[in-house]
Design a protein. Structure first.
Length: 652
């Protein structure tokens, strides 16, 4: 009969782990260092003349010292260190471990005076052991760097000039020196901080400020520029890019990732990316008052319409941070909702959610949803937003944007939703398009609901401009046209727009809804408007081409419903402020609720007949002058008919 260990146990217990022999060799090297350190401690203590009466104690004492160091190594896990990647943190661990071993040895010596060992010997031993271990590990790292450098000597290095000699730039240089296989070599810094000019960082000199950039590029030894100022806002970054172009437009340039990635330790050379159009537009991030947001989202059932869209999905991500009781993901597109589900499962498994595929026009479906799920907070992001397409299909703007929104508002009133937040657009200001006019009408519906709301209910609208990277935005189209070799199509050379990022838009929505002032419309301070043509030229240059030379720009003419310059507020709405530095509030205007209802009924009737002319007339976009709401809180003329009032009441 065969006697032995059960199958698999032998391999599990006795099979050497990967790199076992390498670890064993390193362990033996450490033991050798400790033995030499112990002997060296005796030699130094007695000035290279150890008394004969100490010879017998040396062997036992050194063996005891080695045992204390072995225990300290296991406790502080020094045996797991990677010698060729040794860092200051590893060096500190070695110092603490050897100091602990030295203290333990000193206590043994003091407690056992029969050994006749001078108390200073274990202290000298610990110091020598620390120095020896650090020298060996530093040598291992140096040899590894040299060996990898030999493998890369045959390739040509790209000389890199780094703009910014702060922490980001220093990390970048260290990454290049640590990874020569990238083929990048830092040759100089430029930085406007006078305290840094003339100094060196990792042996790379800071040659001057941005004014010295032309001189640094003049001799032609720079192959690439890396902008290592991840905290710079859009204006600062654009200024740096303009200086680079003025100095030498042929030298390519890239930028570092965000400062958050740098501080979290995720930045490497491979993370350096091309300067994107988002970088040139970015502004100081919108700061959230997390306490106020937490107060109305934590433990609540939150419904997001249009949850699969760009703004809706980002809202869902932001809301997850505040611990909602449940999320209701309401959307028309099943694929986008499915993708959002997978993301929630991966990143926020603790947040319960319910996915509902449906259309906001279906009031029966909405009624069932409100009755069974009882949302506490509603973010309404579902809408048709494409201006030219809504000009061709005005009835769909009525059904989806107007009728669907009003149904949602009415149900939120009925089921006592605490916060209703409508996502609006700058195209709703003095609208010239069906889409903009329909969104303005929704703002009025929400403002009218605020008048009917119960105490504790808040109905607000949030208005912002073009969102970079959102579905339907122009930037992805421009990038694809550049990729295809052009031409890039721009409607008009003087077309001006406000821009913001998806996270900024979502944070604004959360913050504005937390302000809690019923019936108001909030607007983000989005800085100065930008010419679309300037964006296109920047994007072409950032893609490595010259506008009008490598990539042509064609002007196609203003499309139906488009305005040359978008606005954020009407004249009557201006000058309202909030306690948040980046949020303004539009002044409220008087609304005739009877005329509002009558206009919506007429719009629905016209939409059912697909009468685009009547829809535009009712929205105020088809005549010589748009209809207006009751200005300055004015009263209705008692002799005015309802039909006349309907034509005069709607949009500002």
């Amino acid at each position: 009969m065969r006697v032995g260990l059960p199958p698999g146990v032998a391999g599990r217990w006795f099979k050497p782990e990967p790199f076992f022999f390498e670890k064993l060799a390193r362990g033996l090297i450490d033991v050798g260092i400790w033995i030499v350190a112990g002997l060296g401690a005796y030699v130094l203590r007695f000035d290279f003349a150890v008394p004969s009466d100490q010879h017998a104690a040396v062997v036992g004492t050194v063996a005891a010292f080695v045992c204390t160091k072995l225990v300290a190594t296991l406790v502080f896990q020094l045996h797991r260190q990677n010698w060729v990647k040794v860092s200051f943190r590893d060096a500190r661990a070695i110092g603490v471990a050897m100091a602990s071993a030295g203290a333990a040895a000193w206590l043994l010596v003091v407690a056992l005076p029969v050994a006749n060992v001078p108390p200073s010997v274990p202290l000298i031993d610990a110091l020598l052991a620390t120095m020896g271990m650090l020298v060996v590990r530093s040598g291992a790292r140096w040899l590894d760097d040299r060996s990898r450098m030999r493998f890369t000597t045959t390739r040509r290095f790209r000389n890199v000039l780094i703009v910014g000699a702060g922490e980001a730039g220093a990390t970048l240089v260290r990454e290049m020196q640590r990874h020569p296989e990238t083929g990048m070599r830092a040759v100089a810094f430029v930085d406007d901080d006078p305290a840094k000019i003339g100094r060196t960082i990792s042996r790379v000199p800071v040659v001057g400020g941005l004014k010295q950039l032309p001189a640094a590029l003049a001799h032609g030894s720079v192959d690439e520029i890396l902008i290592a100022i991840p905290s710079a806002d859009g204006r600062q970054l654009r200024s740096v890019v303009d200086r680079i172009r003025a100095a030498n437009g042929d030298v390519p340039y890239r930028t570092m990732p965000s400062l958050h990635d740098l501080l979290s330790g995720t930045v490497t050379v491979s993370r350096i990316r091309e300067v994107g159009i988002e970088d040139l537009l970015r502004r100081p991030p919108v700061k959230l008052d997390t306490d106020s947001i937490l107060g109305y989202l934590q433990g609540k059932t939150v419904m997001v319409t249009g949850a699969g869209g760009s703004i809706g999905s980002e809202l869902v991500r932001q809301i997850c941070r505040f611990g909602p009781k449940r999320l209701i993901l309401f959307g028309h597109g099943e694929n986008s909702i499915y993708q959002l589900e997978r993301e929630l499962d991966r990143h926020w498994p603790e947040v319960p959610y319910s996915s509902v595929i449906g259309a906001v026009q279906n009031v029966v479906r909405l009624e069932y949803l409100f009755r069974t799920m009882r949302p506490d907070v509603v973010f309404h992001a579902a809408a048709h937003k494409h201006v030219p397409l809504m000009e061709l299909n005005p009835e769909e703007a009525v059904f989806n944007n107007v009728v669907g929104s009003r149904s949602l508002v009415d149900l939120s009133l009925k089921y006592e939703v605490s916060h209703f937040v409508n996502i609006s657009t700058d195209k709703a200001v003095n609208p010239t398009s069906v889409m903009g006019a329909s969104k303005r009408l929704v703002e009025l519906v929400v403002a009218n609901a605020a008048r009917l709301a119960s105490p504790g209910q808040v109905f607000v609208s949030v208005r912002f401009g073009n969102v970079l990277g959102s579905r339907g935005s122009a930037i992805p189209l421009f990038k694809q046209q550049i990729k295809d070799g052009g031409p890039v199509t721009v409607t008009h050379p003087d077309m001006v727009r406000y821009f913001m990022t998806i996270p900024e838009a979502s944070k604004l929505v959360l913050q504005a809804s937390a302000l809690g002032r019923n019936g108001e419309t909030y607007i983000l301070d989005m800085g100065e408007p930008v010419r679309v043509l300037d964006l296109v030229r920047d994007l072409i240059r950032l893609s490595g081409f010259d506008p009008d030379v490598d990539i042509a720009i064609e002007f196609t003419g203003v499309r139906p419903g488009e305005k040359m310059v978008e606005e954020l507020m009407t004249e009557q709405e201006k000058d309202g402020t909030t306690e948040h530095e980046k949020i303004f509030v539009a002044r409220s205007i008087a609304i005739d609720p009877d005329a509002l209802d009558a206009t919506i009924r007429s719009l629905v009737d016209a939409a059912m007949r697909s009468d685009g002319v009547e829809i535009r007339r009712l929205l105020g976009t088809g005549g010589p002058a748009p209809a207006v709401v009751l200005a300055d809180g004015g009263d209705r003329d008692p002799g005015e008919s309802s039909d006349d009032r309907r034509e005069r009441v709607l949009l500002n």
